[in-house]
Ligand binder design. Structure first.
Ligand code: FES
Length: 141
C-alpha cells in the first residue's frame, strides 16, 4: 500500500492523558481517529468496513492477544495495528478443537503514524477502493 501524502501534523501527545485512549480528528479532509495504547499510536479511518458504523466510537479491547476496535453497531472487531478483521473460528473438520481468535484479511484502512518531539504526525494511505472500508470513508467536504 503506497503512501500518497506527506507526513501531516495530527495532534499533540499531550492531548492524550490516559494509557489507552482514542481521538477523532481530520487530516487533509480525511476523517480518521488516533488510538493510543501504552506509548504507541495508531491511525484508522473513522467508519467501519462492515456497514459504515462509527468505529471511532467503539471500545478498545484486547482480544486473543491483539488490540482491537469493537464497532458499536454490530460488534465486528478490527485489529488496530493492521486493519484486519478479527473473529473467533473453529475448525469444522475438527470440532473438538477449541475456538481461537483469527485475523482475517485487511479490510479496514490504517495510516502510518510517527511521534516526534511530542507531536503526532500521520501519513495517509491512498483510498484506492481496495479495502472494504474505503466505500464509507470519503473526503470531508
Ligand atoms: S457497521 Fe461496524 S460492525 Fe457493522
Amino acid at each position: 500500500m503506497a503512501a500518497i501524502q506527506e507526513e501531516v501534523f495530527a495532534c499533540s501527545v499531550s492531548e492524550f492523558v490516559r494509557g489507552t485512549e482514542k481521538k477523532r480528528i481530520t487530516v487533509n479532509d480525511n476523517d480518521i481517529f488516533i488510538v493510543k495504547i501504552g506509548d504507541k499510536y495508531f491511525a484508522l479511518d473513522s467508519f467501519c468496513y462492515h456497514a459504515g458504523g462509527p468505529l471511532y466510537n467503539g471500545d478498545i479491547e484486547e482480544l486473543g492477544g491483539r488490540a482491537c476496535m469493537v464497532c458499536p453497531w454490530h460488534k465486528y472487531k478490527v485489529c488496530i495495528d493492521t486493519g484486519q478483521n478479527f473473529y473467533q473460528s473453529v475448525d469444522p473438520k475438527n470440532p473438538k478443537t477449541s475456538v481461537k481468535w483469527t485475523a482475517g484479511q485487511r479490510r479496514h484502512r490504517t495510516h502510518a503514524v510517527i511521534v516526534r518531539d511530542g507531536k503526532i504526525y500521520v501519513t495517509l494511505t491512498e483510498k484506492d477502493g481496495t479495502l472494504d472500508s474505503d466505500q464509507y470513508n470519503g473526503h470531508r467536504a
